[in-house]
Design a protein around this ligand. Structure first.
Ligand code: KG4
Ligand code: ZN
Length: 335
């Protein structure tokens, strides 16, 4: 079954064609990062306009790269939330148009369900159940993946998502959007010498990252007041190490407590070098199997949407022409 998948929830216009949930025939991503950089973050109205300009060309390119036409497509999958509503709408409307014109099924999917499913593409033998740490710009969740469309949230952030904290800290340090990859690069060059707080470390499975963000700001301000030199590499390394310690600690604790031996990572922050290395070390120490998608499948893409759309369809889940964009689509048991 060949699914054409569309992802426009934020600042990437992405279209992919995925066969039977696991085989990527094409995966096209047009990023708008350069456009938003000068504003220090994504400007919703600019993002929607760019999606409108690009979407038809990206659909065409995805078909061409897969050597297919719309006649060969068996269903359309699309992210309908969460995300920027104007941006999501462009994808939803395009998917509905194709579904209607070609009379093929329409499958709306939750963006985070897509991120988790990037693992099915990277690891053809991976099957639920497994434990997944989702770390993106909007989410930080510890999720039990009980089945292809069955999820149970064990922990989540009470304030900022980890990617959001990365981007805000980066802005404080004068780095351009998106700051995550830049902090990741800088942390190869510094020392983890600044003791930032590890909020809620042993307090259940929820996370909190707004405190560490304020601590970085306070640290920079106090250096400035004392006329002390600011070592950005040390700040980046200390911040990154603190965040990784929290993420790894909670994931390992949960895996031990609930006897999980398969652990997956998902979301843009899963492309972080420090997190990947730390997770690999801890998992091998404990004898767990670790699954991490390649960086291109960690950040926003449509291949992951094509994968989960397939499994939703196989579970009998389909959308109809009333499908709408939902900016704050909840992530819960039902999806
Ligand atoms: O999953 P994603 O592409 O979009 C959302 O669904 O949010 O994640 C984007 C987030 C941004 O906050 C970005 O700074 C962060 O992922 N990110 C990273 C890295 N690459 C992307 N954070 C830390 N280290 C990285 N290498
Ligand atoms: Zn995402």
């Amino acid at each position: 079954m060949k699914i054409l998948a569309i992802e426009t929830s934020c600042d990437e216009t992405a279209v992919a064609i995925v066969e039977d949930g696991r085989k990527v025939l094409s995966n096209v991503i047009a990023t708008q990062i350069d456009l938003h950089k000068k504003f220090g973050g994504v400007v919703p109205e600019v993002a929607s306009r760019m999606h409108v300009e690009k979407i038809n060309y990206i659909i065409k390119e995805a078909l061409q790269l897969a050597n297919l036409t719309l006649e060969d497509i068996n269903a359309v999958g699309v992210t309908y939330g969460p995300g920027l509503v104007g941006a999501l709408l462009v994808g939803v409307v395009s998917a509905k148009a194709i579904s209607f014109a070609k009379n093929i099924p329409l499958i709306g999917v939750h963006h985070i369900e897509g991120h988790i499913s990037a693992n099915y593409i990277e690891y053809p033998d991976l099957e639920p159940p497994f434990l997944c740490l989702v770390v993106s710009g909007g989410h930080t969740h510890l999720i039990k993946v009980n089945g292809y469309t069955q999820y149970q949230i064990i922990g989540k952030t009470r304030d900022d998502a980890v990617g959001e904290a990365y981007d805000k800290v980066a802005r404080t340090m004068g780095l351009t959007y998106p700051g995550g990859p830049k902090i990741d690069e800088l942390s190869k060059m510094g020392n983890a010498s600044i003791p930032f707080p590890k909020a809620m470390l042993d307090d259940g499975y929820d996370f909190s990252f707004s405190g560490i963000k304020s601590s970085v700001l306070n640290y920079i301000n106090s250096c400035k007041m004392k006329n002390e030199e600011i070592n950005v590499a040390d700040i980046a390394t200390s911040f990154q190490q603190t965040v990784i310690d929290i993420l790894v600690h909670k994931t390992m604790k949960l895996a031990k407590e609930q006897n999980f031996t398969k652990i997956a990572l998902a979301g843009g922050v899963a492309s972080n070098n420090g997190l990947r290395t730390a997770m690999k070390e801890e998992c091998s120490k404990n004898g767990y199997n670790l699954y991490i998608p390649s960086p291109k499948l960690c950040t926003d893409n449509a291949a992951m949407i094509g994968s989960i759309a397939y499994y939703r369809y196989k579970s009998g889940i389909q959308s109809n022409m009333s499908l709408n964009a939902v900016a704050n689509l909840p992530i819960d048991l039902s999806f």
